[in-house]
Design a protein around this ligand. Structure first.
Ligand SMILES: *Cc1c(COP(=O)(O)O)cnc(C)c1O
Length: 360
């Protein structure tokens, strides 16, 4: 067996320890004689698994009382619709900050439900920065403010918490949730697809202030109503049981690593290794403004795009895969989520130096 160093943006690398544990428990989970995939979601075994996963997530993130944690399906993309369906509450407009591909998708979907006020945009510089709060033109009558706090494709990260006064703050944290401690109490709704920094695809996590529940527009299908899921402990229908189980193992792994403060140190160290090389080099370039660079997704370009293929081929020969940048941006992108070990980034940086020496 040999495992690659996987820089995929998602579905992405998982901690090897977690995969081994899942493999060990595959045929017989804790003496139950069943695989988790074979269990009734209403049985005591799975209920215990789901409760433990939620408790671990609450502990890790310090989720205060007054917030519901929902384990949903449909990806972060479904949240682009569920957010307006549940939070407009009769209002005509919502504020969106436009910082890249994912916020654009959220905006497009919201426009089906309401008037979208683009409170700020970095489209003027090809989405390479995060507009400062002083540039945001918030509408005090907006139903909510929506921000994507880590643009997975552009590699732009929000490193501060926006102030939206009494208007609820909704954040798509899909690609950097759990990468650092956050003060959950400063947000009203946080959502994230699991397949970037949590676990397997198929699970979407929503952390929502209870006061925002029960406001879904008339005619909202039950499965798209947060309150229906909250009232049923996310078991209104069959949840993605195996994905919830693996996510729970990842939460426990994070606790063993020392929690989110330790993860932040680990992630800063990894990101600095890469950005220091990019900044010191005339051959590689990071397109993103320094203050807004993502610790999770690091896009970069080579001086000559004609060398891209050779770069990727050499990386593959050295066991490093999924470095090709998103088709909308080009160049390269290294996604270095929680589960990417420091040695993985060291190997990449070593290869980048070697490649530059040969071609630079
Ligand atoms: C991947 C991603 C999405 C879409 O997630 P799906 O689970 O595929 O729907 C949305 N927002 C961000 C920031 C992402 O990285």
């Amino acid at each position: 067996m040999s495992r690659v160093i996987n820089f995929s943006a998602g579905p992405a690398v998982l901690p090897e320890e977690v995969l081994r544990q899942a493999a060990e428990e595959m045929l017989d989970w804790h003496g139950s004689g069943m695989c988790v995939m074979e269990m009734s979601h209403r049985g005591p075994e799975f209920i215990a698994i789901a409760e433990r996963a939620e408790a671990a997530l609450r502990e890790l993130m310090g989720i205060p009382a007054g917030y519901q944690v929902l384990f949903l399906q449909g990806g972060a993309t479904l949240q682009f619709a569920m957010v307006p369906m549940n939070l407009l509450a009769g209002k005509a407009a919502a504020d969106y900050v436009d910082t890249g591909e994912w916020s654009r998708k959220a905006i497009k979907e919201a426009q089906k439900f309401c008037r979208v006020n683009i409170a700020a945009s970095s489209a003027d510089a090809s989405y390479t920065y995060m507009p400062e709060q002083s540039q945001w033109q918030l509408d005090p009558d907006a139903a909510y403010v929506h921000v994507c706090s880590n643009e997975t494709i552009g590699g732009v990260e929000l490193h501060w918490v926006p102030e939206t006064g009494p208007v609820p703050l909704v954040v798509d944290m899909s690609s950097h949730i759990l990468s650092r401690p956050i003060d959950v109490g400063r947000y009203d709704l946080i959502y994230a697809g699991a397949q970037k920094n949590i676990g397997p695809a198929g699970l979407t996590i929503v952390i929502v202030r209870e006061a925002l529940l029960g406001r879904a527009a008339t005619g909202t299908p039950s499965m798209l109503d947060y309150k229906v899921h909250a009232d049923a402990q996310s078991m209104s229908n069959t949840p993605p049981t195996y994905a919830v189980y693996v996510a729970g193992l990842v939460f426990e792994w994070l606790e063993r690593q020392g929690g989110l403060a330790a993860m932040e140190r680990h992630n800063v160290a990894k990101a600095n290794l890469l950005y220091d090389l990019l900044d010191a080099s005339a051959f590689y370039r990071s397109p993103v403004r320094k203050s807004d660079r993502s610790r999770m997704n690091v896009p970069f370009t080579l001086a000559d795009p004609a060398l891209d293929e050779a770069f990727l081929k050499g990386a593959k020969e050295r066991g490093m895969v999924q470095l090709k940048g998103h088709r909308s941006v080009g160049g390269m992108r290294a996604s270095i989520y929680n589960a990417m070990p420091l040695e993985g980034v060291q190997r990449l940086v070593g290869y980048m130096r070697e490649f530059e020496a040969r071609h630079g």
